[in-house]
Design a protein around this ligand. Structure first.
Ligand SMILES: C[S@@+](CC[C@H](N)C(=O)[O-])C[C@H]1O[C@@H](n2cnc3c(N)ncnc32)[C@H](O)[C@@H]1O
Length: 388
């Protein structure tokens, strides 16, 4: 595909997304029908679509509308790109621009929420929760995220992995959020197909996510419950760091389907429990609760536009319930790590304060958080300790 044809495809896909089809679904549908598109074309079209979704409000402002064409036009204007090289009208490229598509305003004339590509209510919450950092965080959410890796330290050091990746043509940089964390530039692809990955040398995981686990006060040979295990990112990181008796649970067990294979590849052991007996006791419990995901909105760019204050309220109620379900399973003197990939205090510090108020036998052992300003996704951790 020519570069212009890739933009043409992105315009069609964005028009379909505008009718309510989720972006992933529409990208898959397009790729199935576009046999002529190679893997590089598919990746490039996906990047354009996701770039637009991350910058949807500013692209609509600069493109003079919210059709697929206007959004792509606005994105390119914002990037200062050569518009005539894209709107060529040749092959499958978009038709040439019409004078009616000229927009005289600069982005600096737009309201702040438009400039920062966030719904107004989200920006107000970030301002309230992050003060002077809010603008920088919002700006970071407009860009692609770097690729994060976790070296499986049972297979080698962070330095060993850096050397292996270098031999594969990838320059990785250590990240100080966790002992095995590395980052590579956004857009690094195909790592999961390398022998290094298949033989268990690393997992794909944001350094911030690794930082949460690195701060859990696990002691060797203790019983740990990962109550919202999902794909097992936290359980696997913990199992790599210590010899533990780890039980992984999720309300939707299908989400754990890849966990046994990932554990096998990493050379660690994690037991799967579809049900956890209510009288079970654990020395440590991880509550990696379902949340707005606002800390990771660079990776799921549609989510910011679909999120609502009402959804946030429902999520907060679920988070509180999950912790309340877990607290009775905490052995005397045990720890509970409440964690989110959210930037909102409502899901983070406010929840922690409410948990302490509801469960007076818990105290705060540690807290930690990170935002995209640190080169990670946004995460929050609150470690509680039960009285012995
Ligand atoms: C943030 S994700 C977990 C990500 C995972 N820990 C990881 O690191 O890959 C939250 C998970 O909570 C699960 N969940 C939602 N409600 C739950 C509940 N009431 N009890 C247990 N798990 C729940 C969801 O199915 C989802 O997999």
């Amino acid at each position: 595909m020519t570069p212009a044809a890739r933009y043409g495809a992105a315009i069609e896909i964005l028009d379909a997304i505008n009718t309510g089809t989720p972006a992933e679904q529409q990208l898959t549908r397009w790729a199935r029908g576009a046999r002529y598109a190679g893997s590089k074309d598919r990746a490039a079209v996906r990047d354009i679509v996701f770039d637009v979704l991350r910058r949807r409000a500013s692209s609509a402002f600069l493109g003079g509308g919210d059709t697929g064409r206007a959004l792509v036009l606005g994105l390119l204007r914002g990037q200062g790109a050569d518009l005539d090289a894209v709107f060529t009208g040749q092959g499958h490229g978009p038709s040439p621009l019409d004078p009616s598509e000229d927009v005289s305003s600069a982005l600096a004339d737009a309201p702040r929420d438009v400039q920062l590509d966030l719904p107004e209510w989200v920006l107000s919450a970030l301002d309230a929760d992050h003060g002077d950092d809010a603008t920088g965080i919002a700006q970071a959410l407009r860009d692609r995220a770097p690729v994060g890796l976790r070296a499986n330290l049972r297979h080698g050091t962070q330095e060993d992995l850096t050397t292996t990746l270098k031999a594969l043509g990838h320059n990785s940089i250590p990240h100080d959020a966790a002992p095995g964390a590395l980052v590579l530039p956004s857009g690094t692809r195909g790592l999961h197909l390398t022998e290094a990955y298949l033989s268990g040398l690393f997992e794909l995981q944001d350094p911030g996510s690794q930082g949460l686990v690195a701060r859990c006060p696990a002691q060797p040979n203790t019983r740990i419950l990962d109550y919202c295990a999902g794909g097992g990112g936290k359980a696997l990181a913990l199992a790599d760091a210590y010899d533990l008796d780890i039980t992984a649970h999720d309300a939707d067990p299908k989400r754990m389907k890849d966990l046994p294979e990932r554990a096998r590849r990493a050379g660690v052991s994690v037991q799967i429990a579809e049900q956890v007996p209510s009288d079970a006791q654990f020395d440590g419990i991880i509550c990696d609760v379902p949340c707005s995901g606002s800390g990771a909105w660079r990776r799921a760019p549609e989510a910011r536009w679909r999120s609502t204050p009402e959804q946030l309220e429902t999520l907060c109620a679920t988070q509180a319930q999950i912790v309340d379900d877990c607290v009775p399973m905490l052995a005397p003197g045990g720890w509970l790590a409440y964690m989110t990939c959210s930037l909102f205090a409502a899901e983070n510090a406010d929840q922690a304060a409410a948990i302490l108020a509801r469960h007076p036998h818990l105290s705060t052992e540690a807290t930690w958080s990170t935002t995209p300003l640190n080169g990670t996704d946004g995460f929050y951790l609150h470690v509680f300790r039960a009285a012995s």
